[in-house]
Design a protein around this ligand. Structure first.
Ligand code: AMP
Length: 221
Protein backbone atom coordinates (compact mmCIF):
# COMPACT_ATOMS: atom_id res chain seq x y z
CA UNK A 1 0.00 0.00 0.00
CA UNK A 2 1.31 3.43 -0.93
CA UNK A 3 -0.10 6.28 1.10
CA UNK A 4 0.43 10.02 1.46
CA UNK A 5 -0.65 11.99 4.52
CA UNK A 6 -0.85 15.78 4.23
CA UNK A 7 -2.06 18.56 6.45
CA UNK A 8 -0.99 21.73 8.22
CA UNK A 9 1.72 21.49 10.90
CA UNK A 10 0.33 20.27 14.21
CA UNK A 11 -2.81 18.69 12.80
CA UNK A 12 -1.66 15.27 14.05
CA UNK A 13 0.00 13.77 10.96
CA UNK A 14 2.87 12.29 12.96
CA UNK A 15 0.62 10.77 15.64
CA UNK A 16 -1.79 9.30 13.11
CA UNK A 17 1.11 8.05 10.99
CA UNK A 18 2.29 5.86 13.88
CA UNK A 19 -1.18 4.25 14.07
CA UNK A 20 -1.35 3.70 10.30
CA UNK A 21 2.10 2.09 10.30
CA UNK A 22 1.08 -0.26 13.12
CA UNK A 23 -2.15 -1.23 11.33
CA UNK A 24 -0.78 -1.63 7.82
CA UNK A 25 2.94 -2.41 8.23
CA UNK A 26 4.02 0.20 5.69
CA UNK A 27 7.23 2.19 6.21
CA UNK A 28 6.80 5.70 7.62
CA UNK A 29 8.81 8.29 5.71
CA UNK A 30 8.72 11.71 7.38
CA UNK A 31 10.69 14.28 5.40
CA UNK A 32 10.74 16.56 8.46
CA UNK A 33 12.41 13.78 10.50
CA UNK A 34 14.93 13.09 7.71
CA UNK A 35 15.85 16.78 7.52
CA UNK A 36 16.04 17.25 11.30
CA UNK A 37 18.31 14.20 11.46
CA UNK A 38 20.56 15.78 8.80
CA UNK A 39 20.78 18.97 10.87
CA UNK A 40 21.62 17.01 14.03
CA UNK A 41 24.34 15.05 12.26
CA UNK A 42 25.99 18.28 11.13
CA UNK A 43 26.13 17.02 7.53
CA UNK A 44 26.55 19.34 4.56
CA UNK A 45 22.83 18.97 3.79
CA UNK A 46 21.97 19.74 7.43
CA UNK A 47 24.06 22.91 7.53
CA UNK A 48 22.57 24.18 4.27
CA UNK A 49 18.94 23.82 5.42
CA UNK A 50 19.09 24.74 9.11
CA UNK A 51 18.16 28.43 8.83
CA UNK A 52 15.41 27.84 6.26
CA UNK A 53 13.81 25.16 8.40
CA UNK A 54 13.99 27.13 11.63
CA UNK A 55 12.24 30.04 9.91
CA UNK A 56 9.37 27.73 8.91
CA UNK A 57 10.11 28.00 5.19
CA UNK A 58 10.34 25.12 2.75
CA UNK A 59 13.69 23.83 1.55
CA UNK A 60 14.19 24.08 -2.26
CA UNK A 61 12.25 21.62 -4.43
CA UNK A 62 15.28 20.23 -6.29
CA UNK A 63 17.07 19.46 -3.03
CA UNK A 64 13.93 17.82 -1.64
CA UNK A 65 13.54 15.69 -4.77
CA UNK A 66 17.13 14.45 -4.37
CA UNK A 67 16.47 13.52 -0.74
CA UNK A 68 13.28 11.66 -1.69
CA UNK A 69 14.76 9.83 -4.66
CA UNK A 70 17.54 8.58 -2.40
CA UNK A 71 15.11 7.51 0.34
CA UNK A 72 12.75 5.75 -2.08
CA UNK A 73 15.63 3.75 -3.55
CA UNK A 74 15.99 1.74 -0.31
CA UNK A 75 14.72 -1.85 -0.28
CA UNK A 76 12.39 -1.31 2.71
CA UNK A 77 9.89 0.72 0.68
CA UNK A 78 9.12 -1.93 -1.91
CA UNK A 79 6.14 -3.28 0.08
CA UNK A 80 4.67 0.15 0.61
CA UNK A 81 5.15 3.45 2.39
CA UNK A 82 3.42 6.31 4.09
CA UNK A 83 4.78 9.67 2.98
CA UNK A 84 4.42 12.29 5.71
CA UNK A 85 5.47 15.80 4.70
CA UNK A 86 6.02 15.14 1.01
CA UNK A 87 5.03 16.36 -1.55
CA UNK A 88 4.63 19.85 -0.15
CA UNK A 89 4.58 22.07 -3.27
CA UNK A 90 2.94 21.77 -6.71
CA UNK A 91 6.41 21.27 -8.26
CA UNK A 92 7.17 18.37 -5.90
CA UNK A 93 3.74 16.84 -6.55
CA UNK A 94 4.21 17.02 -10.33
CA UNK A 95 7.74 15.57 -10.19
CA UNK A 96 6.58 12.78 -7.92
CA UNK A 97 3.61 11.85 -10.13
CA UNK A 98 5.99 11.79 -13.11
CA UNK A 99 8.46 9.50 -11.33
CA UNK A 100 5.65 7.10 -10.33
CA UNK A 101 4.23 7.10 -13.85
CA UNK A 102 7.65 6.26 -15.27
CA UNK A 103 8.00 3.20 -13.04
CA UNK A 104 4.33 2.21 -13.45
CA UNK A 105 3.36 2.85 -9.84
CA UNK A 106 0.44 4.63 -8.23
CA UNK A 107 -0.68 5.94 -4.83
CA UNK A 108 -3.55 4.11 -3.13
CA UNK A 109 -4.78 6.90 -0.86
CA UNK A 110 -3.99 10.55 -0.20
CA UNK A 111 -5.19 11.71 3.22
CA UNK A 112 -5.51 15.45 3.83
CA UNK A 113 -6.00 16.29 7.49
CA UNK A 114 -7.66 19.60 8.41
CA UNK A 115 -8.10 21.64 11.61
CA UNK A 116 -8.72 25.35 12.36
CA UNK A 117 -5.62 27.59 12.70
CA UNK A 118 -6.25 28.62 16.33
CA UNK A 119 -6.49 24.99 17.43
CA UNK A 120 -3.20 24.26 15.65
CA UNK A 121 -1.38 27.17 17.33
CA UNK A 122 -2.69 25.99 20.72
CA UNK A 123 -1.46 22.44 20.10
CA UNK A 124 1.95 23.30 18.68
CA UNK A 125 2.92 25.91 21.25
CA UNK A 126 3.02 23.06 23.83
CA UNK A 127 4.53 20.36 21.63
CA UNK A 128 7.63 18.54 22.87
CA UNK A 129 9.60 15.76 21.18
CA UNK A 130 11.92 13.04 22.50
CA UNK A 131 15.46 13.29 21.14
CA UNK A 132 15.85 9.51 21.26
CA UNK A 133 12.60 8.00 19.92
CA UNK A 134 11.10 11.10 18.19
CA UNK A 135 7.78 10.54 20.00
CA UNK A 136 5.74 13.74 20.14
CA UNK A 137 3.71 14.79 23.20
CA UNK A 138 2.07 17.91 24.61
CA UNK A 139 3.05 19.86 27.71
CA UNK A 140 -0.65 20.17 28.58
CA UNK A 141 -0.59 16.47 29.48
CA UNK A 142 2.21 17.16 32.02
CA UNK A 143 0.72 20.23 33.71
CA UNK A 144 2.88 22.43 31.42
CA UNK A 145 6.11 21.20 33.07
CA UNK A 146 8.63 19.51 30.74
CA UNK A 147 9.21 15.97 32.06
CA UNK A 148 12.84 15.01 32.75
CA UNK A 149 12.52 11.72 30.88
CA UNK A 150 10.55 10.39 27.92
CA UNK A 151 7.48 8.43 29.07
CA UNK A 152 7.59 6.41 25.84
CA UNK A 153 11.19 5.14 25.69
CA UNK A 154 12.58 6.11 29.11
CA UNK A 155 15.38 8.24 27.61
CA UNK A 156 16.55 10.76 30.25
CA UNK A 157 19.31 12.58 28.39
CA UNK A 158 20.71 13.18 24.95
CA UNK A 159 23.56 10.66 24.89
CA UNK A 160 25.70 12.51 22.36
CA UNK A 161 25.36 16.05 23.59
CA UNK A 162 24.21 15.80 27.21
CA UNK A 163 21.13 17.91 26.47
CA UNK A 164 17.61 17.43 27.92
CA UNK A 165 15.76 14.31 26.78
CA UNK A 166 12.78 16.29 25.47
CA UNK A 167 12.91 19.43 23.40
CA UNK A 168 10.65 22.01 21.80
CA UNK A 169 11.20 22.35 18.07
CA UNK A 170 12.89 25.60 16.98
CA UNK A 171 10.07 26.16 14.46
CA UNK A 172 7.28 25.77 17.06
CA UNK A 173 7.06 29.42 18.16
CA UNK A 174 3.72 31.18 17.58
CA UNK A 175 5.00 33.51 14.81
CA UNK A 176 6.70 30.64 12.96
CA UNK A 177 3.66 28.38 13.37
CA UNK A 178 1.42 31.05 11.77
CA UNK A 179 3.95 31.42 8.94
CA UNK A 180 4.03 27.63 8.39
CA UNK A 181 0.21 27.60 8.25
CA UNK A 182 0.37 30.24 5.52
CA UNK A 183 2.96 28.18 3.63
CA UNK A 184 0.64 25.17 3.92
CA UNK A 185 -2.34 27.12 2.56
CA UNK A 186 -0.43 28.69 -0.33
CA UNK A 187 1.84 25.84 -1.40
CA UNK A 188 0.83 22.49 0.05
CA UNK A 189 -2.94 22.63 -0.52
CA UNK A 190 -2.39 23.30 -4.25
CA UNK A 191 -0.04 20.27 -4.25
CA UNK A 192 -2.88 18.18 -2.78
CA UNK A 193 -5.26 19.21 -5.56
CA UNK A 194 -2.69 18.08 -8.14
CA UNK A 195 -2.54 14.66 -6.48
CA UNK A 196 -6.34 14.55 -6.35
CA UNK A 197 -6.48 14.58 -10.15
CA UNK A 198 -4.58 11.27 -10.17
CA UNK A 199 -5.20 9.39 -6.91
CA UNK A 200 -8.11 8.87 -4.48
CA UNK A 201 -7.97 11.76 -1.98
CA UNK A 202 -9.87 11.97 1.30
CA UNK A 203 -10.17 14.96 3.61
CA UNK A 204 -9.96 13.95 7.27
CA UNK A 205 -11.31 16.09 10.10
CA UNK A 206 -8.35 16.41 12.51
CA UNK A 207 -10.42 17.59 15.49
CA UNK A 208 -11.23 15.23 18.35
CA UNK A 209 -9.28 12.58 20.22
CA UNK A 210 -6.46 10.59 18.61
CA UNK A 211 -8.76 7.53 18.58
CA UNK A 212 -11.62 9.42 16.90
CA UNK A 213 -9.35 10.73 14.15
CA UNK A 214 -7.75 7.26 13.76
CA UNK A 215 -11.23 5.80 13.24
CA UNK A 216 -11.97 8.31 10.48
CA UNK A 217 -8.72 7.34 8.77
CA UNK A 218 -9.40 3.61 9.15
CA UNK A 219 -12.77 4.02 7.49
CA UNK A 220 -11.17 5.37 4.29
CA UNK A 221 -8.16 3.03 4.14
P1 AMP B 1 7.51 18.79 9.35
O1 AMP B 1 8.24 18.00 10.37
O2 AMP B 1 6.81 17.93 8.33
O3 AMP B 1 6.60 19.82 9.95
O4 AMP B 1 8.63 19.59 8.51
C1 AMP B 1 9.44 20.55 9.15
C2 AMP B 1 10.14 21.43 8.14
O5 AMP B 1 10.96 20.62 7.28
C3 AMP B 1 9.26 22.21 7.20
O6 AMP B 1 8.75 23.42 7.79
C4 AMP B 1 10.25 22.49 6.06
O7 AMP B 1 11.18 23.49 6.44
C5 AMP B 1 11.01 21.18 5.96
N1 AMP B 1 10.37 20.23 5.04
C6 AMP B 1 9.81 19.01 5.35
N2 AMP B 1 9.32 18.40 4.27
C7 AMP B 1 9.56 19.26 3.23
C8 AMP B 1 9.27 19.20 1.84
N3 AMP B 1 8.63 18.16 1.27
N4 AMP B 1 9.66 20.26 1.08
C9 AMP B 1 10.31 21.31 1.60
N5 AMP B 1 10.60 21.44 2.92
C10 AMP B 1 10.23 20.41 3.73
Amino acid sequence: MKLIIMGPPGVGKGTQSHGIVQDTGVVHISTGDILRMAIRSGSELGLSIQDVMNAGDLIPDDLMMEVMKERLSHDDVQEGYLLDGFPRTPAQAMSFVKILDEIGQSVDRVLVMRAPADEIVRRLAGRITCRACNEVMNLVGFGRVTPTFCPFCGNDKDEERGKDALYQRADDTEATIRHRLEVFRKKTLPAAWILEERYPLFEIDGLGTTAEVAQRIKSVL
